[in-house]
Write a protein of this length. Sequence first.
Length: 177
Amino acid sequence: MNGILDKLSPYGRLLLYTKSSMTDLLELYYDSQVKVNVVNQVTGHVPEKVQHLLSSKADFDSAGNVAVREVDIYVAGNDRTPVLHAISLVYLDNLPAEAVQDLNDSQLPIGRVIDKYKLETIRDILETGVAGSESLNSHFRSTSELLFFKKYSIIHRSKPIFLIIEFFPCQELVEIA
């Protein structure tokens, strides 16, 4: 780690480097249920505005039937400011049809869908770091220019089922000396 990543609080290190379910981790930390607000969901193509965040265009061209799901995750009782913003590429052909239906019809977090259908998965962290994005800061009602991010894939039966990038406000994850 270097720079601002060296100043991560234990909570910040846990969020950025765990391979556990983010839903479970947030509920344990906040001792409260999390709520999902689906901001946008499209099926059949990857919008250009998120292609650069998730991966290279070549990955999308060979991905087959996909959806992009953009969500804000809140702690129950605090509906004003999300604890994270996530953009997920969903590989629809690699998921059970019932799980795809749940993702389309509900506000369930991805971790709960994985649990509900007892999908055995592996999480592979691809990248962590700091990014600046004025458009993403609006989700956090923040004037800070920096956000921490974690990009990872979730694999089931040797096939990718999700490619996820999660954004967290820096001020929440840094230790103040």
